[in-house]
Design a protein. Structure first.
Lengths: 256, 117
């Protein structure tokens, strides 16, 4: 068993609100500089760049034989519920994430004329950071699924559902819904980088009875890794993360 | 203006009926918000909530904030489990095809004021 660090909520330039510098190679390089063993790519309502970041991580590991390990990149997605709550889904692999992403894509309107001017560009990128095109769906939109239905969608694709940034007034489940929706079936609760590891607020979130993660929700390179979760796992893999969230077989997660 | 008067004037659709006491109760305050944490913090006790939120938590929040009734705006309708929960809690629910702004305007014209007015 080893202790390693994860930032399980990172956006790429595909998210309309994220910086253009959030390309696969730059995200991977920054995560490695930060000493992270695992990141999760969670763009808004899409998984279009997850495979590219995974590929970029594999290339970086191949180029750097001296590094003990490569960077594990979990394929994720941050889904917006009908109540405008953000739900992070973490999936076993890119194929599962893409299947979930395709379901979500079918629920979104098209971006249309002038959209990017208001909400930002939605860059589909290749592993080397070059632009493959623009995502046509309006990603900064809520799906018609309520929180419970989003959690169910994530579970249906073998994923783990995390209540994103519960400390935030906007788009967190507590802010939107007043009290934590225990019946929704979340697997974990995420706090943002604005809640320190020593914050008394953590006890309030722990009272939801779920494991706590602390993630950066970074939309810019400089915040990547600024909030992290310590994983006690055999290896930084999705399967080990799932065990750690259940506190099974000696695995665990703690806020770092 | 009683809850019953308001329901009649605004042609609200009764989803969970108020009891006879609630029906005759004076409603002088109202609140319009879709952020339930905001409702919890600021909605006036005994008031009417106008919201687009149809999540189950509306019922818990309305109970905690001691609201008289909830009006779902824009033609939105909660699921059956939400209606059942409200009935169990004794919370009156109404539906209305008009949007939030229109409903709040009509309420104001009837003399129902905001939480701090």
């Amino acid at each position: 068993m080893r202790l390693c660090f994860a930032d399980l909520h990172v956006h790429t330039a595909l998210s309309p609100c994220a910086d253009d510098e959030m390309t696969p190679p730059r995200i991977v390089a920054r995560a490695r500089e930060e000493g992270l063993a695992m990141i999760a790519v969670c763009d808004h309502n899409t998984t279009g760049n997850t495979a590219a970041v995974q590929e970029a991580a594999a290339r970086a590991a191949a180029l750097d034989a001296a590094a003990a390990d490569g960077l594990a990149v979990v394929a994720g997605m941050e889904v917006t519920s009908a109540e405008e709550c953000h739900v992070v889904g973490l999936f076993p692999d890119a194929a599962a994430a893409d299947a979930a992403g395709a379901e979500v894509a079918g629920l979104l309107p098209q971006a249309g004329e002038g959209y990017a001017g208001f909400f930002g560009e939605q860059h589909l990128l290749a592993a080397d950071g070059t632009r493959r095109g623009a995502e046509p769906a309006a990603l900064a939109t809520a799906t018609p699924l309520d929180v419970g239905a989003v959690v169910a969608l994530v579970h249906r694709h073998g994923g783990l559902a995390v209540a994103a940034h519960v400390d935030r007034h906007s788009f967190g489940v507590v802010g939107q819904l007043g009290v934590f929706p225990a019946e929704a079936g979340f697997d974990a609760v995420e706090v943002s980088r604005h809640v320190s590891a020593a914050s008394p607020k953590l006890a309030e979130y722990a009272a939801f009875g779920l494991p706590l993660l602390r993630s950066s929700d970074s939309h810019t390179l400089d915040t990547l890794g600024s909030a992290r979760t310590a994983l006690r796992v055999a290896a930084p893999t999705f399967a080990e993360l799932a065990l750690a969230l259940r506190g099974a077989k000696g695995r665990s997660v703690t806020i770092a | 203006m009683t809850l019953d008067d308001i329901a009649r004037e605004l042609e609200l659709v009764e989803l969970v009926p108020p009891n006879e006491v609630e029906r005759a109760a004076e409603v002088t305050r109202g609140y319009a918000s879709d952020l339930l944490s905001d409702v919890l913090a600021h909605a006036p006790s005994g008031g009417l909530l106008v919201t687009l939120q149809v999540h189950l938590n509306v019922i818990a929040v309305a109970g905690h904030a001691e609201l008289a009734a909830v009006v779902f705006a824009g033609g939105r309708r909660p699921d059956d489990d939400v209606v059942a929960k409200a009935a169990e809690e004794g919370l009156a629910l109404y539906g209305c095809a008009a949007d939030t702004f229109e409903i709040a305007g009509r309420l104001y014209a009837l003399g129902v004021k905001g939480s701090r007015a």
